[in-house]
Design a protein around this ligand. Structure first.
Ligand code: NI
Ligand code: MN
Length: 225
């Protein structure tokens, strides 16, 4: 499968004939100026929670592409009221089919308010089961023991926040990876703005000391996983 990083926690995953787009925050990210929002492909837009730095471009991309919105019920309802027709409302612990893949909405320890102050339900993450292996996008979360439950899904890799302050930092992300039993991590939610700025070399060293591969693609870069 091909993963394209769009900065912050935004990524596109091309797998099994689908174009999954997770947490699109592109037009508000000065570091992602090179990405053309009106060309980002999506068959499914997956939103982990309601914060602006995860949903900013979701509405325009959903309208342009007619993609299916996959999120918790509150966020799906919020978009339905804005005219988005195709939604798959979920909640924590549930799974459903998404074309040739299957998606599970997992727990996150965070908050989830929509930009207008409406409830964004409980924040979450996703496990995506694909014919090319399973992966996890954790959304925004602190370290939690519940991550141990993900080990049974034999994840090929996990996308984990490493930027600290609003989420876990890289040391906790190493522990999260160990809880999940993953040996490859795509780092996210770091260096976008001052509060999440980290020393990347120290992050690499922390993962390397635990014998876990930390992938930090450039914005706009695609990697095979
Ligand atoms: Ni957040
Ligand atoms: Mn965030």
């Amino acid at each position: 499968m091909k993963l394209t990083w769009y900065g912050h926690s935004s990524m596109g995953i091309e797998v099994a004939g689908l174009q999954l787009l997770i947490d699109p925050f592109i037009s508000g990210n000065p570091m992602a100026k090179g990405i053309k929002v009106d060309e980002v492909p999506a068959t499914h837009v997956l939103l982990t929670h309601g914060h602006g730095d995860h949903i900013l471009d979701a509405g325009t991309i959903l309208k342009r592409t007619g993609a299916m919105l996959v999120s918790n019920a509150e966020i799906c309802d919020w978009y339905t009221a804005k005219g988005i027709k195709h939604t798959m409302p979920m909640n924590i612990g549930g799974e459903t089919d998404m074309g040739n893949c299957r998606v599970r909405f997992t727990m996150a320890q965070h908050s989830s308010t929509m930009p207008d102050g409406a409830s964004g339900g409980d924040p979450g993450g996703f496990v995506i089961f694909t014919p090319e292996g399973n992966f996890h996008h954790a959304g925004d979360t602190g370290l939690m023991l519940d991550m141990q439950l993900l080990k049974r899904f034999k994840l090929k890799y996990a996308c984990l926040p490493i930027g600290d302050n609003y989420t876990m930092g890289y040391n906790d992300a190493v522990e999260a990876a160990q809880y999940m039993g993953v040996s490859t991590v795509v780092g996210m939610h770091y260096n976008t703005f001052p509060a999440v700025t980290i020393d990347v070399e120290k992050a690499k060293a922390a993962f390397s000391a635990a014998d876990i591969k930390l992938l930090l693609p450039a914005i706009g870069e695609s990697i095979e996983l």
